[in-house]
Design a protein around this ligand. Structure first.
Ligand code: 5GP
Length: 189
């Protein structure tokens, strides 16, 4: 059986990666979205094991020491990592896998698994990004400012990716994102 395809989706917080991925999963339910581990505190409505595995710094450190992560990084002051086991098992079974991670993690994955398809989701402007983050309302002002500063840095790396999707209008961007998936999974056959 051929290996599944690995899709790495990165881009600044608030660019809309999650929304594009949700639409892809709605259209292609067989694709598996990896659940990351993080030391960030759960937000209201988040459940352990659903959006993330919420770990203490010690637990996260143990996973790092055991080399359980495919990649990990410090993002906006918290640790985030992709547990390797689930990803590798699914790819081996022929299932396509998506990682929604930051640019540092994406770089590590591109180095380890050069066959991965990389997609950068770009907000249409910094004003639009700020508006989205404010509307989402999941950060306090200091965290929001940190995310905006980091966004500028992250966007400088977009040329390292095979595809860049500008998330200007949700439907258009979702169609483009899904077309990339369709093209890359067909190429793989
Ligand atoms: P949030 O705290 O808003 O859920 O996520 C913050 C940032 O961490 C986002 O850019 C998200 O893509 C990134 N992130 C989430 N999971 C992982 C992961 O497993 N590894 C890395 N490197 N970044 C992650």
């Amino acid at each position: 059986m051929p290996q599944g395809r690995l899709f790495v989706v990165a881009g600044p917080s608030g660019a809309g990666k999650g929304t594009l991925i949700s639409e892809l999963l709605r259209r292609y339910p067989a694709v598996w979205l990896s659940i990351s581990a993080t030391t960030r505190k759960p937000r209201q409505g988040e459940t352990d094991g659903v959006q993330y595995r919420f770990l203490s710094e010690n637990e996260f450190g143990e996973m790092v020491a055991r080399e359980d992560f495919l990649e990990w990084a410090e993002v906006h002051g918290n640790l985030y990592g992709t547990p390797a086991g689930g990803v590798l098992e699914r790819l081996a079974r022929g299932q396509d896998v998506i990682l929604e991670i930051d640019v540092q993690g994406a770089k590590q994955v591109r180095e380890k698994m050069p066959e991965a398809v990389s997609v950068f989701v770009l907000p249409p402007s910094s004003a639009a990004l700020e508006e989205r983050l404010r509307r989402r309302g999941t950060e306090d002002e200091a965290e929001l400012q940190q995310r905006l500063r980091n966004a500028l840095e992250e966007c400088r790396e977009k040329d390292e990716y095979q595809y860049v999707v500008v998330n200007d209008q949700l439907h258009r961007a979702a169609d483009e994102f899904c077309a990339i998936y369709e093209r890359e999974s067909r190429l793989h056959e």
